[in-house]
Design a binder for this molecule. Structure first.
Ligand code: RAM
Length: 335
């Protein structure tokens, strides 16, 4: 009996000590800033909602959401400058340029701010880790496979991208070009890559420009939620639906009408709410010292389960969903 009491006391002391230690190591009331490519993009508003969800679940987080009006590195540099002055604890950024943001992010890290990128990455020197929605190779290759199926592997195709400096789109486009080298696509030709800068009106004009410059165009891949929605509208306005096929990465809520009427028969995307949730969650756990942010580490990311950090400290969230007529309604209600 005495022995049991002794063991119990030891166990209780151990629990007490470990809780004091973890309390001492943990930061309370942290400020996490999510910095997106630009404001006014529903994709990033969904990321923000995911960030707010993580902040609520974890507690003790003041969540800040910011972005420039147009997607430029300069605009983001100005904001980071002010976030450094405000001494926020962490910055979670979707970058407008892979290299141009490195110096300012290094400065942020030197001043003690935890910097991670998500969605669109910064070069490894400028951040602790990058959370990609899915593997860039998988995204790039699958976009080509989708358009090829829609046009029976024949004819001219074009890409309507976001900004010319966007890390994520540029990586995907490289993989699209790799995939196009396969013999299966010998009768397809990539005739143009144009940039709508993730602005609806510019993307719309670029789409119209493609119809004009390439009268034999058979398909467009738009790997941006802003670009694909603007292209859907341009196709309808120019009465090109069905003549030119459209695929890419689209928000179901913005693309529902084009999916339903056949202007865009198939597209894909991951859940941006999950992406915002995961990146905010990871930033918080890095601040708490619970995650180290090292290659090979398996992070337990709340409702998302385990996410492993791979080479160059890039972690991959999952695989995209494919949207078509029969499942679009369900997803359009969520994001
Ligand atoms: C736009 C942005 C974002 C990208 C999605 C697919 O909203 O460019 O970075 O991930 O499209």
């Amino acid at each position: 009996m005495k022995k049991q009491k002794f063991i119990l006391t030891i166990v209780l002391i151990a629990i007490f000590i470990s809780s004091v230690v973890s309390f001492a190591g943990a930061k309370e009331n942290v400020r996490i800033a999510m910095l997106v490519k630009n404001l006014g993009n529903a994709f990033f508003e969904a990321c923000r909602d995911g960030g707010l969800e993580a902040a609520k679940e974890l507690g003790g987080i003041e969540f800040i959401f910011q972005g420039p009006t147009t997607p430029t590195a300069e605009g983001q540099i100005e904001i980071i400058d002010s976030l450094i002055a405000q001494k926020v604890d962490a910055i979670v950024i979707s970058a407008n340029d892979v290299d141009a943001l490195v110096p300012i992010c290094k400065r942020a890290m030197k001043s003690g701010i935890t910097v991670i990128s998500f969605d669109s990455g910064i070069a490894p020197e400028g951040r602790i880790l990058h959370l990609a929605p899915s593997s860039s190779e998988f995204i790039g290759r699958s976009q080509v496979k989708m358009i090829a199926n829609l046009i029976d592997h024949k004819g001219e195709i074009a890409i309507l991208s976001a900004s010319s400096q966007a890390t994520n789109q540029n990586e995907w486009i490289e993989w699209m070009k790799e995939e196009l080298k396969e013999p299966a696509y010998k009768d397809m030709k990539l005739v143009a890559v144009v940039y709508g800068d993730d602005l609806s009106d510019k993307s719309y004009r670029e789409a119209m420009g493609l119809f004009k410059s390439y009268p034999d165009l058979r398909g467009i891949i738009s790997p941006t939620t802003v670009g694909i929605a603007a292209t859907g509208k341009a196709l309808e306005d120019a009465e090109k639906s069905g003549k030119i096929e459209l695929t890419g990465l689209g928000l179901p809520s913005e693309m529902k009408q084009y999916i339903k009427n056949g202007t865009c028969r198939q597209m894909s995307l991951w859940n941006p709410i999950d992406l915002g949730y995961s990146s905010t969650y990871i930033a918080f756990k890095l601040l708490q010292g619970e995650f180290q942010g090292k290659e090979g580490e398996v992070m337990k990311v709340g409702r998302m389960g385990e996410i492993k950090i791979g080479s160059d400290n890039v972690a991959i969230m999952g695989e995209p969903y494919i949207f078509e007529k029969d499942n679009i309604d369900k997803f359009a209600e969520i994001y």
